[in-house]
Write a protein that binds this ligand. Structure first.
Ligand code: DSN
Length: 420
């Protein structure tokens, strides 16, 4: 990207921006929560809407001059509703964490209970990790996998805990779980105990929008929270969706603003509208399917090579690899080694990890960004083979050869500027 004014006026920031462009161009991005946005999304982010305050909602703002903010926010809302089959959307949350926090405050009183996925089995910080302030306000209890090798969730235990603890929310969703959930079971248990069924779809929103995995709304989930980047390939941000219009909508609007946030970032909301428009195109369906096909192609290579993947493989965009058992190195060491050859991913705790979170046993990686570049399942397999050679051999000659191959592969697939 060109930054003519920053180049002239601020050499230090210019250097960092160009550096990041080059890093993204030359490396292979495997962090499963990252992606490349279109130039159209970048244009919206850089638009004059960044100047505008717009507290409130379309048609009900606290400042004047809202003709164009109302237009873009309404477009984002209507496109989001269409993408996910929702009757309501709030597109103002600044992030997925904010979306979850607003959802909690809309539905709960202090002291109320949430039943969510065990963090070490794939749940997210905002699903009740003790380091978050949320746990000072609400009571989080957890369910997890019955069998780490297949990923099967222990639904009997979930029902038992739900009956005992009477949660107001049963929360599905994850940031490090490679399988589909039994949505009907979640809703069944939620109905039995009078809880609201909520799913945090942040990781798989694009796969749902593209029809490559099931939509929790089709199974009766009441609310979905999400980020708008990751597989959905929009700008960084959050969103809350409701299946059927109800009093929930008003509660969520109030929780987002004024409950939790001030002025919405209108340039970001315009970028959400653009990205949702892109995700409504038929090409996005192909993209979503290819993301999964590529992840499964990588999993096949790891499986053939006897590596241990949590849940035994993947049904979505991500893989959680136990590098400590498989290659005798820690997640942190694996992350650094792969980083040194231009492959970016992240160390990750695995279920029942015996190591510390800052240097756990696993790495987490996925295919949303590579697939945006046009990688096929053949390329994805090659990336997995390259990773195995780095993780097993680790000597400097191998690493030098691999670094060249990574760069050549990246050059073969320039980051696209447009998807439509
Ligand atoms: N940080 C995101 C991820 O990488 O999964 C979740 O918030």
């Amino acid at each position: 990207m060109e930054f003519p004014f920053i180049e002239r006026n601020d050499k230090e920031v210019y250097k960092a921006l160009v550096g990041e462009d080059i890093r993204e161009r030359d490396g292979l991005e495997l962090i499963p929560s990252e992606n490349y946005v279109s130039q159209a999304v970048k244009e919206a982010l850089a638009s004059s809407l960044t100047n505008k305050y717009a507290e409130g909602y379309p048609g009900k703002r606290y400042y004047g001059g809202q003709e164009f903010t109302d237009a873009v926010e309404t477009l984002a809302i209507e496109r989001a509703k269409k993408l996910f089959g929702a009757s309501y959307a709030n597109v103002q949350p600044l992030s997925g964490a904010n979306a979850n926090i607003a959802m909690y405050f809309a539905l709960l009183e202090p002291g109320d209970t949430v039943l969510a996925m065990n963090l070490s089995h794939g749940g997210h910080l905002t699903h009740g990790h003790p380091v978050t302030y949320l746990t000072k306000i609400f009571n989080f209890v957890h369910y997890g996998m019955k069998d780490v090798e297949t990923g099967e969730i222990d639904y009997d235990e979930m029902r038992r805990v739900a009956k005992e603890k009477k949660p107001k929310i049963i929360l599905a969703g994850f940031s490090a779980y490679p399988r589909e959930l039994n949505y009907a079971k979640f809703v069944e248990i939620a109905r039995e105990v009078g809880a609201t069924a909520v799913m945090d779809i942040a990781h798989i929103a694009g796969l749902i929008a593209g029809g490559a995995v099931k939509n929790p709304f089709d199974y009766g989930f009441d609310i979905l929270t999400t980020t708008t980047h990751k597989t959905l390939r929009g700008p960084r941000g959050g969103m809350i969706l409701i299946r059927e219009d109800s009093t929930l909508a008003e509660k969520i609007d109030k929780a987002v603003f004024p409950g939790l946030q001030g002025g919405p970032h209108m340039n970001n909301i315009a970028a959400k509208a653009v990205a949702f428009g892109e995700a409504l195109q038929p090409s996005f369906k192909k993209y979503a399917l290819q993301v999964i096909e590529n992840a499964q192609a990588m999993a096949e290579v790891f499986s053939t090579n006897g590596a241990r993947m949590i849940t035994g493989g993947t049904s979505n965009h991500l893989i959680l690899l136990d590098v400590f058992t498989s290659f005798g190195i820690s997640g942190g060491e694996a992350e650094s080694l792969l980083d040194s050859v231009g492959i970016t991913l992240n160390k990750n705790v695995i279920a029942d990890d015996t190591r510390k979170p800052m240097d756990p046993s696993g790495i987490r990686f996925g295919t949303p960004a590579l697939t945006t570049r046009g990688f096929t399942s053949i390329d994805a397999k090659r990336v997995a083979e390259i990773m195995i050679s780095v993780l097993t051999k680790q000597d400097s000659t191998v690493l030098a050869g691999v670094t060249d191959e990574v760069r050549t592969l990246a050059m073969q697939y320039p980051i696209p500027k447009s998807f439509v």
